[in-house]
Design a binder for this molecule. Structure first.
Ligand code: ADP
Ligand code: MG
Length: 929
């Protein structure tokens, strides 16, 4: 572990410890600020829990209820258990050891790396084709365009640099031609030299949409069809080119998947990592990984491409490898700031709340130190009106993206600017894009005959996005409303005006409280520059930043890399399945190593999911979870769904949670959407079953009336179709690994229990554990996480409208802090699914309590009932583990012992919720806290 971290983490922890210890009083010490206050209380609660645990104290509110089985049931189960032959006697049985050996090798152990062999026949054929193509008018006309790109001017230098170095960094302004040209130069050079057969170039893109659009573009430039010399591959969609003498544009995820079976990418001659300045987790991972790969593959070339931003950093990371910068040509862009826009439009901000929201200390400094002197200067110079200066003084002006102001500016540009060039507006997300679009439509100021308004967002269906590049007919002005996707990955040539809202929406992960936050933040200078540059591609342009000049001075240089803003479970599973050794060691070699807390947190969750063992090696379950293209909790759900024969609903839930839910919320129709969601949720007290039912009803229609169904229930058809594709993909994995013997997820054999909603909820619970919460208070108003943090139901959750819950327990997937600490999706569950699938099971015979998760959840239970439950639980877990290590179909129609155990579990769980196995909930006499 690098010393620097260690010291930083320790000193931070120590400080909070001290605070926690000397301050036994109620409130936090007054010198703490912001996040520190939350950390103070979290730490104090943590210490208190530790003390309680050591002293064996169980707080009354942790006892959720009582589990009782009737004597006749106990007798019946005892009989059943006596007759089964599943013995749970070995802690590390042979089947597991065998599997461990198989999956826990090291990447270095791979020998015999196959590489390319030249094929003279193919070389000749490729050359002939190439020569022929060059004579076509299509090729020639595209070539003329290509020659105008700055990258084309450096063609020779690029080819030479790649030829004589194993690693090269190429940087250049967005739009200068890196992505489309560099791969073609290398391929064409090989073909010309008669060695096309040893060239297969893979070029990664951070987004699905850019992989497709670039591949299509390059095919057009080469005057050939997609799938000949150029193709693409993204998850669930691909058009692959020939194996040799070709270029594939793909997402980074696709390369990582390939490396699981072919770690040294033996079929690739050149790997281009494109757009690496974006610093997404997967690219960062690949950059580090290639330090190991290249030593074993001296013939493999690595080309790192980035915008001009921080290219030096990448070159330094690779021992100062050669760096080629492509000087761009962009026309000058004039920049204006918030104060200019206010002055220009005469806009007045009406949204000020009478009382200023409390300024945070950092902002206070900014307003007194930077803003005030600047405003005085404006006043002295009479550059801005008194009203504008007053508005600038109010921090609320900058708090949120102001669509009214953007609208006013758009109207102003369209009315006053002679130039009819396209306008590009940068917004933070889907909602803003759709709201602004609506405002423009309803205002009547942007008639279709004169304006072409294009919303651009990565989650919109790819087909609609092709207009973006096209020039509109004469007299029609193009206005693109986009997220930051138009900063680098999508280039629109004819933009002359840019409106930069100044914000960017980013998720951030706080390991300390295990929560994601999603809030609009200030852009970094790098983003602001990039946005500005978009205006000067074809002629001089104008950029309006909706932040003030003083704000511009205090913007960060770069955005935080994603690895520092995200949970690491998936990354760690990738590291494991790529056989890269201990994750701590590997992660500390990254360009920006993630904080120790996040790594510990992720490893601990993976251990709790039983994906990693104590030694941090992949367990058999972990192996499958790493292989399934889905977050580990959903992967677990899918495997259990197969074994419990309720696969179809579980696949729907897993796909929806992993991708996105299909509901849309059109402006002003929130209540109707709520109503439809409630209708589809059928009173099951579960957002997850709602997701299932939405997809289920869609599939049932089988294309018939599907469109009407979608519009009635506000569902996005393209999302539903994507979810269907994902289900098919999961099925393929289950088929390949023998968990199922058909690729049809509707097959009866794997859906015998799909109608048992209670079982389906239990399997969802098995997957989402340990994301468990309790609802306390007399009226069950206060949801909390298992660790005791207060949360609220997100308004879109069906539970947010419920007044009565049949059980005070719920499981959830996404907890996100935005305007409040929201649980976005939840399912109400009863205790037995948790007892069977939860971890750290213990029985406290003095108090007759079953405890789970270090007694964070406790249930009263007699010794006799506990004995029987524990035995069934052990047998179940042994069987599940056995099955995961020895995949095979679980045949529910057989009378094998294993099925008897599964069936017993299913019956117990079902009866509990139906009320015949009893669970008494202590809500009424529970202490409110
Ligand atoms: P870079 O990777 O340096 O940002 P690209 O290679 O992506 O640049 O783009 C180079 C040029 O090719 C762009 O300026 C644009 O004019 C053109 N271009 C790229 N993609 C398309 C497309 N799909 N349709 C039309 N033109 C495109
Ligand atoms: Mg590019």
């Amino acid at each position: 572990m690098p010393k620097k971290w260690d010291k930083k983490c320790r000193s931070r922890k120590l400080k909070i410890m001290e605070d926690g210890e000397h301050a036994k009083s109620e409130r936090h010490p007054s010198h703490l600020r912001g996040k520190e206050i939350g950390m103070f209380y979290a730490r104090r609660a943590f210490l208190r829990r530790q003390q309680e645990k050591e002293a064996g104290i169980v707080r009354p509110e942790r006892v959720i209820g009582e589990i009782t089985l009737p004597a006749s049931k106990i007798e019946e189960l005892e009989k059943l258990l006596r007759s089964t032959l599943i013995y749970v006697d070995e802690s590390n049985p042979a089947f597991k050891r065998k599997f461990d050996l198989l999956v826990n090798g090291r990447i270095e152990d791979h020998v015999n790396i196959r590489t390319f062999e030249q094929n003279a026949l193919l070389d000749e054929k490729l050359k002939e084709e190439y020569d022929l193509r060059q004579t076509t008018p299509e090729y020639q006309s595209m070539l003329e365009k290509r020659k105008t790109l700055p990258t084309y001017q450096l063609k020779k230098d690029i080819i030479n640099a790649v030829e004589s170095n194993q690693i090269v960094v190429i940087s250049g302004e967005t739009g200068c031609g890196k992505t489309t040209q560099v791969a073609q130069f290398v391929l064409d050079d090989h073909v010309e030299q008669g060695k096309g057969s040893i060239c297969h170039i893979v070029c990664t893109q951070p987004r699905r949409i850019s992989a497709i659009s670039i591949a299509e573009r390059v095919a057009v430039e080469r005057a050939e069809k997609l799938g000949e010399g150029v193709g693409y591959q993204i998850r669930l969609e691909k058009v692959l080119p020939r194996e040799r003498g070709s270029i594939v544009y793909c997402t980074v995820g696709v390369v990582l998947r390939q490396m699981e079976s072919d770690p040294y990418l033996s079929q690739v001659s050149h790997l281009i990592l494109d757009e690496i300045h974006e610093r997404d987790v997967k690219s960062d991972l690949l950059i580090t990984l290639f330090k190991q790969i290249l030593t074993k593959r001296p013939d493999l070339k690595l080309i790192l491409m980035s915008a001009t931003l921080n290219a030096e950093k990448f070159s330094a990371y690779y021992n100062n490898c050669p760096h080629l910068n492509i000087p761009g040509f962009t026309y000058p862009v004039q920049e204006f700031y918030l104060e200019d826009v206010l002055q220009r439009t005469g806009f007045t901000f009406k949204g000020f709340k009478s009382k200023h929201s409390k300024r945070r200390s950092k902002d206070e400094e900014f307003y007194s130190g930077f803003m005030e002197p600047y405003i005085r200067q404006l006043q002295a110079n009479k550059t801005c009106s008194v009203e504008v200066c007053e508005m600038l003084r109010n921090p609320q002006l900058e708090e949120e993206v102001n669509l009214d102001l953007i609208f006013a500016l758009l109207v102003d540009i369209c009315e006053t600017e002679q130039d009819k060039g396209a306008i590009l507006v940068f917004l933070t997300g889907f909602m803003e894009i759709s709201n602004l679009n609506r405002m423009m439509e309803y205002s009547g100021k942007f008639p279709r005959s004169e304006f072409l308004i294009i919303p651009l967002h990565s989650q919109m269906p790819t087909v609609n996005q092709k207009h973006v590049f096209e020039r509109p007919p004469r007299g029609v002005r193009k206005i693109v409303l986009s997220t930051n996707i138009a900063e680098t990955s999508v280039t629109i040539d004819d933009v002359v005006f840019v409106i930069d809202c100044g914000k960017i929406k980013m998720t951030d992960y706080d390991a300390e409280v295990d929560t994601y936050t999603l809030k609009p933040q200030w852009v970094a200078l790098a983003n602001a520059n990039q946005r500005k540059g978009r205006a000067g591609r074809v002629q001089p342009g104008i950029c309006f930043h909706l932040f003030s000049r003083p704000r511009n001075l205090v913007l960060e240089q770069y955005q935080k890399p994603e690895i520092l803003r995200t949970r690491l479970e998936n990354t760690i599973l990738s590291i494991k399945v790529l056989q890269l050794g201990k994750c701590f060691e590997f992660l500390s070699g990254l360009m920006d190593p993630p904080p120790e807390d996040s790594i510990l947190m992720a490893v601990s969750l993976l251990k709790r999911l039983n994906a990693l063992d104590d030694d941090e090696s992949l367990t058999s379950l972990g192996y499958h979870l790493a292989k399934l293209p889905i977050a580990p909790q959903m992967g677990k759900m899918v495997l259990f769904g197969a074994m419990f024969s309720c696969l179809d609903p579980i696949l729907s839930v897993a796909a929806s949670l992993d991708f996105k839910d299909a509901f849309m919320i059109p402006l002003g129709k929130e209540n109707q959407v709520d109503q439809m969601r409630r209708e589809l949720s059928s009173g099951w007290m579960s957002d997850h079953l709602l997701l299932y039912n939405a997809l289920h009803q869609f599939e049932k229609r089988n294309g018939f009336n599907a469109r009407q169904f979608c519009s009635k229930y506000f569902l996005s058809m393209s999302t539903l179709q994507q979810l269907q594709k994902m289900k098919v993909q999961f099925m393929e994995y289950l088929f390949e690994t023998d968990f199922v013997d058909t690729k049809n997820h509707k097959d009866k054999k794997f859906n015998l229990n799909s109608n048992n909603v209670i079982l389906v909820k239990a399997i969802i619970c098995a997957g989402l554990y340990p994301n468990v919460g309790t609802i306390s208070g007399k009226r069950r108003k206060f949801p909390r996480t298992m660790a005791g943090y207060r949360v609220n139901w997100h308004p879109k959750s069906v539970l947010s409208k419920e007044l009565h819950f049949p059980s005070p327990l719920f499981v959830y997937y996404l907890k996100l802090k935005s305007t409040s600490n929201f649980v976005h999706d939840a399912t109400i569950v009863h205790p037995l699914p948790l007892v069977f699938f939860g971890d750290k099971y213990e029985y406290d015979s003095t108090n007759s309590l079953i405890g789970l998760a270090d007694k964070q959840l406790c249930f009263k239970c007699s010794q006799k009932t506990n004995t029987i439950i524990k035995e069934i639980r052990d047998k179940l877990n042994w069987f599940l583990e056995y099955k995961v290590s020895n995949p095979g179909v679980v045949d529910w129609t057989s009378s094998k012992e294993e099925i008897t155990v599964l069936r017993a579990v299913m019956e117990l769980i079902t009866n509990e919720e139906l009320g015949s196995t009893s669970f008494t909930d202590f809500d009424d006499n529970c202490q409110i806290h």
